[in-house]
Every structure is written in C-alpha cells, then in structure tokens.
Design a protein around this ligand. Sequence first.
Ligand SMILES: NC(=O)c1ccc[n+]([C@@H]2O[C@H](COP(=O)([O-])OP(=O)(O)OC[C@H]3O[C@@H](n4cnc5c(N)ncnc54)[C@H](OP(=O)(O)O)[C@@H]3O)[C@@H](O)[C@H]2O)c1
Length: 345
Amino acid sequence: MAGLVTVFGGSGFVGRYVVRLLAARGWRVRVVVRDSRRALYLKTAGDLGQVVLMPGTLSDAASVARAVAGADAVINLVGILAERGKRTFERVHAEGARVIATAARAAGVKHLVHMSALGADAQSPSAYARSKAAGEAAVRAAFPGVVTFRPSVVFGTEDGFFNRFGQLAQISPVLPFFTNIVPHAPGGGGTQFQPVYVGDVAEAIVRSLEGEGHEGATYELGGPRVYTMRDVLELVNRESMRHRWVKGFPFIIGHVTAAILEAIYSVRDLALRVLTIPSELLPDPPLTRDQMRLLELGNVLTGGRPGLSAFGIEPTSPDVIAPSYLKRFRPVQQNKKLRLAARDS
Ligand SMILES: NC(=O)c1ccc[n+]([C@@H]2O[C@H](COP(=O)([O-])OP(=O)(O)OC[C@H]3O[C@@H](n4cnc5c(N)ncnc54)[C@H](OP(=O)(O)O)[C@@H]3O)[C@@H](O)[C@H]2O)c1
C-alpha cells in the first residue's frame, strides 16, 4: 500500500535513487531539504506534484515535526563522512536521528527506515562508526519497530567511491592503497569491501516499507563479492584506461597524510572564517584520520544479519555497473579510438 512518505537526506546520492523508486511505486514523497535549490531536480522524479520539497533541518525539531506530520512512513538517509565545525558525527548521526525517530513516533508514523552503516559499533576506534551505533540505539529507543540498514560502501553513477579513484587516475601516476602486509603477499591487497549497488539498496528500502515482517530488523547490505582495495583500483585502472601504478603503502603513511590534509583544510576554513566567507560549500579533506581508522577495519558483511536476499534481491556486481560510469575518466583519444573501432567493425 503506497501512501505518503517523508524522506530526510533525499537530496544525497542514495536519496535520489530512493526518491525515484518511491515515486515509481506510487508513493507521494515529501523530501526534507535544507536548500531547495540544490534539490530541485528531484521534483521531476515523479508525476506533477508527486514529489514535494519541504524546507527543514535536523537542528530545528519543529521543522522535523512538521515534515513527518501525516506521513505513513519516514526514511532517514542523512549522513556525513567528515566532521567540520559544529557539524559533528554525534550531532548528525546520533542526535539528528533521535530527533527524527522521536518526531515520527509522536506523529503516529507506521514505518521508520533508518540508514546506518556496516561496522556501526559503540566500541569502534572510528568516531564515524561509534556515532552510527549511537544513532541506531537512539532510534531504536524512540521507535522500536525501526528497520535499520547497514550497507557496505555503496556504488553507482554518482558515487564517491569508484569516481574518487577515477578522478585520481586522471591526475596521478600512482593509485595508492594501504596495507600492513607486504603488498604482493596473500592478504596484501589492502582493505576489504563488499560494494553494494545503490539501485539494490534503494530497492531493499522500498520493499521494507511494502512487505511484511521487517519491523525491528537490522539488515546488512553488501554486493556479490569481496574486493580488496587493490581489486578496486585495478578495476578503475582498467576501465579508465589510464594504466597507473597501483601501489601499496603502509597504513602509517596514510595516517600521516590524513593528518597533514586535515591541518591544511582547517587553516583554509580558519582563513575563510576570518574573511567571513562561508566554508560549508567547499569540499571536505579528501582523507581524514577517522576514515583511515575505518579503512584499517575493513567493510565486509559479518554474515550475522539478514541481507538483500531477505527482500528477494540478487546483488548487482560492480563489474557490471562501474564500467559504464568509469568511462568518463578515460583519456579523450581512447574513447574516440573505441568509437571509430566500433564504427569500422
Ligand atoms: N554512500 C555510501 O557508500 C554509504 C555507505 C554506508 C552508509 N551510508 C549511509 O547512507 C546514507 C546516505 O548516504 P549518501 O551516500 O547518500 O550520502 P550523501 O550523498 O552525502 O547525502 C547525505 C544527505 O544527508 C543530508 N545531510 C547531511 N548533513 C545534514 C544535516 N546536518 N541536516 C540535514 N541533512 C543533512 C544531505 O543534505 P544536503 O544536500 O542538504 O547536504 C544529503 O541529502 C548516510 O546515512 C550514509 O552514512 C552511505
């Protein structure tokens, strides 16, 4: 039964797929946005008036209450990858999630979906993973029937994963990864991931609203196989036709690089503040010390929770999807050569 669903974080990477799928399944979708100009493209995700943008922010509980009023379901896809000023993991992943769950409960919403992350753990050395665990606990306390998703790294046309390495391949002669084992020894391929396709994640979320028996469950979402960081970089290398040097470095080099990058970016933010120029729209550091801690932990399914198969979804492989969007990182003449070869064959 499709009804009215309120989506927080609908303007993000996963959000655009979820909003589009909800609209296609007949839901009326209310997307809560901080800046409606940046999310205008979502209005064409459905029929006229089916997708509505509503101003709101997690720090304003009254705006959250207005956004969930009358909704049959609420989906929280809000998340950040790096902390900056007042925008901390704790505020966004834990406090923000609690505000949404409390408002949803008070409004009598039937279904709440909460997006966490694989590796969410109150004891984790990573502040990101600890805040995701705190968010899960806060949401469950406020709304016991919440359906929680913990995806591994999510990939798709607009992702921040394969695309990031594609961009790097355009400018750098080396594609680095980090490992504590000799790079060519068994297990020396660096961090392990189980990349999951964004379309599969969106499908699972929407099916959790439509199907029976998901209340209170936590799902781990991963793709069909485990990739080491070296596998990922070799895929990027192959599809971008850049032939870069894929090279393993000890983790300590990554930690030091991340510390230097964070220092440079905080000086930039400080300078902008002195000049009273807003820094929020500028990018976060490309690597942080907390992300390095996550990289050391790896990101594969534990096998202890149900996953995509609980929704009857066959996971899509990065080998099938990623080439279609990694093409854009090829040298121009390579794409031209391939077009000419296809025309002449
Ligand atoms: N992508 C992955 O590989 C991955 C893996 C595991 C878990 N996840 C989780 O999946 C969810 C969606 O991820 P994503 O990749 O779609 O992230 P994304 O593209 O960065 O989108 C994040 C969304 O959160 C909103 N947001 C961020 N801070 C906010 C705040 N303080 N108040 C209100 N809204 C805020 C953003 O809105 P604005 O447009 O206004 O900034 C945006 O709509 C997140 O919870 C993330 O942690 C993602």
